[in-house]
Design a protein around this ligand. Structure first.
Ligand code: TMP
Ligand code: ASP
Length: 253
C-alpha cells in the first residue's frame, strides 16, 4: 500500500491526507496523556473505543442538525473527516463544578452550576492552554464576534444533545471540551464541530454511584481506563462486545 502523507500528529491522534481534496483520515492512537503530557501511558483499546464513540456522538449531532467534521468510519481506528481550519481555542462547557473551575474558584467538586458555563482556552501547549476571555480572543484576532456567538451556540447545542444522551444511560455529563473548525462552501464560511468527542475530553459520572467513567480515571489513578470507556460504550449500545471483540472472562462462584 502506498504510504499516506502524515499531515499532523497530536497526543492522541494522527491526521493523514484524505482520499479526496477537503478530506483527512483521523487515526486514533492508544496513547493517553494528562497534565500537558507530563503523565503518559499506552492504554490498549482506547483508540478503538474513541474512534467508535466519537463516530457515535458526531453522527448523532449531524442528525439533529449540529454540523460536524465526521464523514464515515474507515476501520477500527480510522475515520474520514472534513478538513477544517481549526480555531485555536478549546471550548469547554461545564454543568457541574469539577477540575480546574473547582480549583480556580474554590467550588467544591460536584456542585451543580446555576447554568451551563462556556469557557475558552487558548490552544498552546507551551503555555499550558490558558483560560482566555472574549476580550483576548477578539483583540488578538483568534476569532470574530460572529465566530464567538456561533461557537457558544454550537457548544450549548452539543451540551444539550450529549447531556440528554448520557442521562438516558444513567451518566451525568459534568463537563466536556470541543474544538471547532472553519469550512468554506464557495465564499460562504461556517463553523463545524471538529477533533473528537470521547471520554478523553468529557467528565462522565455514574448518576447513582458518582463513579468516574472518563479520563480522570487515568489522571487520578482510579483504575482501568479501558474498562471505564468500555462501560460508557456498552451503556450507549456502541461496541457491546468491547474493543477487542472478546468478552473478558468473569469469575463464577
Ligand atoms: P478542566 O477542568 O481541566 O479545565 O477540564 C474541563 C474539561 O475539558 C474536562 O472534561 C476535560 C477537558 N479537557 C480536555 O479535553 N483537554 C484538555 O487539555 C483539558 C485541560 C481539559
Ligand atoms: N492536559 C490534557 C488533559 O489532562 C492532556 C494533555 O495535554 O496531555 O486532558
Amino acid at each position: 500500500m502506498a504510504r499516506r502523507k502524515k499531515v499532523y500528529e497530536g497526543k492522541a491522534k494522527i491526521l493523514y491526507e484524505g482520499p479526496e481534496p477537503g478530506t483527512l483520515v483521523q487515526y486514533f492512537k492508544d496513547d493517553a496523556t494528562a497534565f500537558n503530557a507530563e503523565k503518559r501511558a499506552t492504554i490498549e483499546g482506547k483508540g478503538v473505543l474513541n474512534n467508535r464513540l466519537s463516530e457515535f456522538f458526531m453522527t448523532g449531532l449531524n442528525h439533529v442538525g449540529v454540523p460536524t467534521h465526521f464523514i464515515r468510519r474507515i476501520n477500527m481506528r480510522e475515520q474520514l473527516i472534513r478538513a477544517v481550519e481549526i480555531i485555536p481555542l478549546e471550548v469547554v462547557v461545564r454543568n457541574v463544578a469539577a477540575g480546574s473551575i473547582s480549583k480556580r474558584l474554590g467550588i467544591e467538586e460536584g456542585t451543580a452550576l446555576p447554568r451551563p458555563i462556556v469557557e475558552f482556552y487558548f490552544k498552546n501547549d507551551d503555555l499550558g492552554d490558558p483560560l482566555v476571555s472574549e476580550e483576548h480572543i477578539l483583540a488578538f484576532g483568534w476569532a470574530t464576534q460572529q465566530d464567538l456567538d456561533d461557537m457558544v451556540s454550537l457548544a450549548l447545542r452539543v451540551n444539550d444533545f450529549l447531556s440528554g444522551l448520557f442521562l438516558g444511560v444513567g451518566i451525568r455529563l459534568v463537563d466536556f471540551k470541543i474544538e471547532i473548525g472553519r469550512i468554506w462552501d464557495g465564499d460562504y464560511m461556517r463553523l463545524i464541530v471538529a477533533d473528537e468527542i470521547s471520554p478523553d475530553s468529557c467528565r462522565l459520572w455514574d448518576m447513582e454511584t458518582g463513579k468516574k467513567l472518563d479520563k480522570d480515571v487515568f489522571r487520578r489513578d482510579l483504575g482501568d481506563l479501558a474498562d471505564a470507556y468500555t462501560e460508557v460504550a456498552r451503556r450507549l449500545g456502541v461496541m457491546p462486545q468491547g474493543p477487542t471483540g472478546v468478552t473478558k472472562p468473569t469469575l463464577i462462584n
